[in-house]
Every structure is written in structure tokens, then in C-alpha cells.
Write a protein that binds this ligand. Structure first.
Ligand SMILES: Nc1ncnc2c1ncn2[C@@H]1O[C@H](COP(=O)(O)OP(=O)(O)O)[C@@H](O)[C@H]1O
Ligand SMILES: [Mg+2]
Length: 185
């Protein structure tokens, strides 16, 4: 079974009185360990699809299975739990909290998971050291250069899915196109 299974996904936005269709019947399977880049012109619906996959928005129609869970059957609270525990978000803007140290920033999701203080501190240190930031634990994120803070916030929980809004370069990169029964508008 795939990690992500999308079947006949549709999404429309309500603009005034009108329903504006954006995703019109998307089928997409993503296996565990696969690295996927979603490509298309501006406005074609990439963010719309990523928001649904990231449990930030809901489909208008169709089925989305994430790690065997049917997202349409889950409550907002359960979707929040998936966002917290199973998805690593890498935003174009880093959304780091300036008044917290680098260490505390990396600890934050583990704090929300109520991980014991010592455990999350050790894990956060280990992760910052692994990306060469072991000497910057107590610094504010505003002192980091752009390339060094990219993505490290999403490292802390080894989540099932890394959702990125801009390309990264993992060692093994395979790109495949979304299998579309019809197409993204
Ligand atoms: N919240 C919204 N309400 C109404 N229309 C939206 C909303 N979000 C996106 N759209 C429209 O949906 C289409 C796809 O947008 P988006 O998914 O952001 O595209 P992409 O990420 O590929 O640039 C665009 O025409 C955009 O204007
Ligand atoms: Mg976008």
C-alpha cells in the first residue's frame, strides 16, 4: 500500500456565489521513501493540493489516504494530530520564532508532543549538530544564514512526510509527475 493514495480528488473554492473548480479529478500514489516534486505553472493548483495533503484544507470530493488514514473521515482535531506527528513542513519563509533560541525552535514540535524535557533537548542538540549548527544552539535564528536554516526545523520528529513548498536536494532524488486522470486546471 502507498503512503499517499489520492483518488479522483476535486477541490473548488467558493468565490462570492460561484464555485471555482481548481483540482478536477487527481489520482496520485506516492510510495514510502519516494521523493516527489510537484511541478506546474503558477495558479495551476500545486498549493491547493499540498494544503490538502498537509491536512490544512479538505477536498471538495474524492478520497485521500495518508498513511492508510482516510482524511475525509477525520475530525479537525485528528487532522491537527497528523500535522503535528506525521508531517514535516518546510516553508519558503522559515517561520522560526525570533525570540526563541535555535535549540528551543527545534524543540518546539516535541514540546507540543509533550516529549520529556531532557529527551527533547538531547534530540534537538543532536539534530542541530547533524547539520553543523552545534555551535549555534543558544543563538537567535536571525543570526543564521539563509542556507543553514532552510529545512532544519522540520528535522526534529523524523516525520513520515516532508512537505516542502520549495525544492530541496536530498541525496536520492527521484522526480515523478502526478498521474492525472484529467488534469490540474
Ligand atoms: N482560498 C482561495 N479562494 C479562492 N481561490 C483560491 C484560493 N486559493 C487559491 N485559489 C485559486 O486557485 C487557483 C490555484 O491556486 P494555487 O493552488 O495557489 O496555485 P499554485 O500553488 O499552483 O500557484 C488559483 O487560480 C488561485 O487564485
Ligand atoms: Mg503555490
Amino acid at each position: 500500500m502507498s503512503l499517499v493514495e489520492i483518488t479522483d480528488l476535486e477541490k473548488s473554492y467558493k468565490v462570492g456565489e460561484m464555485d471555482v473548480p481548481v483540482l478536477k479529478g487527481i489520482d496520485l500514489d506516492i510510495d514510502e521513501g519516494e521523493f516527489v516534486a510537484l511541478m506546474g505553472p503558477s495558479g495551476c493548483g500545486k498549493s491547493t493540493l499540498m494544503n490538502i495533503l498537509g491536512c490544512l484544507d479538505r477536498p471538495s470530493k474524492g478520497r485521500v489516504l495518508l498513511n492508510r488514514q482516510d482524511l475525509s473521515l477525520l475530525s479537525d482535531h485528528e487532522l491537527a494530530r497528523i500535522r503535528r506527528d506525521e508531517i514535516g513542513f518546510v516553508f519558503q519563509t522559515f517561520n522560526l520564532i525570533g525570540r526563541m533560541s535555535n535549540l528551543k525552535n527545534v524543540e518546539l514540535p516535541m514540546t507540543l508532543q509533550e516529549t520529556a524535557r531532557d529527551v527533547r533537548r538531547d534530540r534537538a542538540k543532536e539534530l542541530l549538530e547533524s547539520v553543523g549548527l552545534g555551535h549555534r544552539l543558544d543563538y537567535s535564528p536571525s543570526n543564521l544564514s539563509g542556507e543553514s536554516d532552510r529545512g532544519w526545523r522540520s528535522l526534529e520528529l523524523s516525520p513520515t512526510i516532508h512537505r516542502s513548498s520549495s525544492p530541496m536536494s536530498p541525496p536520492e532524488t527521484s522526480i515523478r509527475r502526478a498521474q492525472k486522470r484529467s488534469s490540474i486546471s
